[in-house]
Design a protein. Structure first.
Length: 742
């Protein structure tokens, strides 16, 4: 007897090849019915014999397109009403009716098959894609998502592509950026010695890489610089020309097998690497990494190809893939920009004529315990929204000034921009302004209110004011706490432990390790790290020796500090005296209670992070010094967040020749213990862990374990990074919920 199933699916099921997939599956099983998009997802009606219907449901879940995701799937069984064939109902527009844009996705397995099949008409074609994969956010001007609104508008479909595009059974049915060698974009190569178009351009680029050259090439969200990772000469050249001695380079590898040769890969890490989002995953290196790739770092940042061109460029050797710009600056997206900004660095350019509309960096993810944590949420994830439990007025969260990221609410969804860099840099400021306008236009939101950071000198505020916004402000670390509350949809009381770099405090001091009792509508400060003078202000971030001096002076007295500065930093007695005066009088030395800076200072004290090139380098060196038995080491004492005894003991151990790995472990464990004790003292079950210091995987993992072992419910970031990229969401949430300090 024929039955009828009415299936309603909500979640991510539009624009990802779901309807053609369903149509093919129904036809394979001989089922009649209809599928249609609706604003929340998709409605599906099926009629046929019960066993086939059962098979359909099983395969629907097992074989659905890789990027699709069910939030709910409701199935109602009825008697058949006599449908005879399967149809895809026309929605008013061809694309999703969701009203948002999908991220750019790595090639799906079917496209890869075609890419590698000499018989296929798209064999070796770097721009093939389908409804399940390919460029989205980087090529869409505006909604509705239709070819005419993308940068593919200038490439009319050839008859073969058009037939696929119109065929409901084809996986290129309404694939807006679909292309083939006949009708789609083409590569170009140029260098001082040669030029080429089309397939020969790819060959020329590969020859250049092969010979040890540095190639600038147009990736998904902007230009990258690449060279062979197995040759010293190009790596040295790249480091020298980028003026980058220490910051690790990410590697682009062919597949999991190649990855496993260099790094340890768990099952979850393998899933992340091979996911359609294809982020950079920080993996434990098998042997200590090549000093030119990741100096002193036990991890390797590895990504697998995220576009057909990535696949085609890779040969037998791994490539380095680094953004072609200064760290914190936006990617180059146009040819002109690339030639101008990267001309000095590259030996040749591989470009193409499909314009990129938005610069989107590669995302960076690491595993903490067995859960992925974002360090940078960009390509593959942005601009997917976060779903909230209640609709909000149209509001903008302006974010912070480093790792800048905008948050924009529309209804019960918050759209989060990709990583927008460091707003101290003029190019990043221009990028921020562009995205400010673009975001509102793309999501068709008329912003009625905006919120930013309390810091009087944050550029994001000036930039927003210049656009007519009149933002109100929230304290930096409170915004971190509420970002996590919003993300995790936390209800009721929760202790927030905000372990962070620096943020502006309302008393004019530099805050950065703050404990709050948070509730739905208000919060109350409970405790903070004991402060120390930050000698010279911001410059101490680049010269952590200044922090070490400050800590030593306070914990062990001026003689010890002066002697250390003389012996280790080669400071003259006069310079030492000036520092001492600064520490004593506070001259140009604001009080600082940042945990990130404490990490920096301890790292410098142990001689690990005296020379710093990039943000948090010294702090990371301290984490990297840990050994596998770190958790067994007795913690240093810390009472009421005062580090005085901790530094005293740490210094004695260091003087006594105790190995740095053990000292680093005792320091980390001391912080873990302090956090656990705060939770016990507060007695609130939910504990929010947020702030940049929780990028330290040992710290987060140990705190989570310690809290769980004592019956607490630790809450950590899953969807956003713990760092300043989450500030926009926190500001938006605090503003719309009218949260106040009590
Ligand atoms: Zn595909
Ligand atoms: Zn074509
Ligand atoms: Zn922060």
């Amino acid at each position: 007897m024929r039955k009828r199933l009415e299936i309603t699916i909500t979640g991510l099921v539009q624009g990802v090849g779901f309807r053609p997939f369903v149509a093919r599956l129904a036809s394979e099983l001989g089922l009649a019915g209809q599928v249609a998009n609706n604003p929340a997802g998709l409605e599906l009606v099926l009629e046929g014999p019960a066993p086939q219907l059962k098979q359909f449901v099983a395969r629907l879940k097992a074989e659905k397109p890789a990027f699709s995701h069910f939030e709910t799937c409701k199935i109602v069984e009825l008697s058949a009403k006599g449908l005879e064939d399967f149809t895809i109902a026309q929605s008013q527009q061809s694309g999703p009716v969701l009203g948002w844009v999908l991220p750019d996705l790595a090639p799906c397995k079917n496209c890869l098959k075609e890419l590698n099949d000499p018989q296929d008409r798209r064999f070796g074609y770097p721009f093939l894609n389908c409804t399940e994969c390919g460029p989205r956010y980087s090529v869409v001007h505006r909604l509705p998502y239709d070819r005419a609104q993308t940068t593919m508008a200038g490439f009319p479909l050839c008859p073969l592509c058009l037939a696929e595009y119109k065929d409901p059974q084809n996986r290129r049915y309404h694939a807006q950026p679909t292309a083939c060698p006949t009708c789609g974009p083409q590569l170009s190569f140029n260098s001082p010695v040669s030029e080429a178009q089309g397939p020969p351009a790819l060959e020329a680029a590969k020859r250049l890489l092969n010979a040890g050259g540095v190639l600038a090439w147009k990736g998904v969200g902007g230009y990258l610089l690449s060279c062979r990772a197995d040759l010293e000469a190009p790596l040295k050249k790249l480091r020298q020309k980028k003026n980058r001695q220490f910051k690790p380079f990410a590697l682009l590898l062919k597949d999991l097998e190649a990855t496993r040769q260099l790094a340890e890969v768990s099952e979850i890490e393998a899933q992340l690497l091979t996911s359609p989002q294809a982020p950079i995953v920080l993996l434990k290196a098998k042997s200590s990494p090549q000093p030119l790739i990741a100096p002193g770092c036990p991890y390797l940042g590895i990504m697998l190809p995220s576009s057909p061109l990535h696949y085609l460029l890779l040969d037998q050797y791994p490539l380095v893939a680094t953004s072609g710009n200064l760290s914190g600056e936006p990617l180059c997206i146009t040819e002109d920009e690339a030639f101008e900004r990267l001309g000095e660095l590259a030996d040749g350019f591989l470009t193409h004529n499909r314009p990129i509309l938005r610069g989107i960096d590669d995302s960076v993810v690491q595993l903490v315990g067995d859960q992925p944590q974002f360090l940078r949420r960009a390509r593959g994830y942005a601009p997917l929204p976060l779903s909230l439990s209640q609709p909000l007025p149209a509001t903008l969260g302006l974010g912070g000034d480093i790792k800048s990221c905008l948050a924009l609410s529309r209804g019960a969804q918050v759209f989060l921009s990709q990583h927008l860099g460091d707003l101290d840099l003029p190019l990043a400021q221009a990028g921020y302004l562009k995205h400010l306008a673009d975001f509102q236009q793309l999501f068709e939101v008329e912003v009625t209110q905006s919120f930013g950071d309390l810091h009087p000198r944050y550029r994001s505020l000036d930039l927003a004011r210049g656009q007519g916004f009149l933002p109100r402000f929230f304290q930096h670390h409170a915004a971190h706490a509420y970002a996590l509350r919003a993300e995790a949809q936390t209800m009721g009381e929760a202790l927030a432990i905000v372990a962070d770099g620096t943020g502006y405090g309302p008393d004019g001091q530099i805050w950065g390790c703050e404990l709050f009792l948070t509730k739905e509508k208000n919060y109350h400060p409970l405790a903070h790290l004991a402060s120390f003078p930050l000698l010279g202000g911001d410059i101490a971030t680049k010269e952590p020796g200044r922090i070490a001096f400050s800590l030593l002076n306070q914990a062990l007295g001026p003689e010890v500090a002066l002697q250390w500065a003389q012996e280790i930093l080669q400071k003259s007695p006069t310079e030492g005296q000036i520092w001492l005066q600064m520490a004593q009088t506070g001259l140009n030395s604001p009080k600082c209670r940042s945990l990130g800076r404490l990490f920096d200072g301890v790292s410098a004290l142990l001689g690990l992070g005296l020379e710093v090139e990039y943000e948090a380098q010294a702090a990371m060196a301290l984490e990297w010094a840990l050994e596998p038995d770190a958790a067994q080491i007795e913690p240093y004492p810390m009472t009421d967040w005062d580090w005085f005894l901790m530094i005293k003991q740490l210094w004695r151990d260091h003087q006594g020749g105790r190995p740095r790995a053990q000292i680093a472990a005792a320091f980390h464990n001391g912080l873990v213990k302090a956090m656990l004790e705060s939770a016990q003292k507060t007695g609130v079950n939910q504990v929010l862990l947020t702030g940049g210091c929780f990028q330290n995987r040992y710290l987060q993992n140990q705190v989570v374990l310690a809290l769980k072992s004592q019956g607490f419910n630790p809450i950590v970031h899953r969807l956003l990074p713990p760092n300043d990229a989450n500030l926009g969401l926190g500001q938006l949430w605090m503003g719309t919920q009218q949260i106040t300090e009590d």
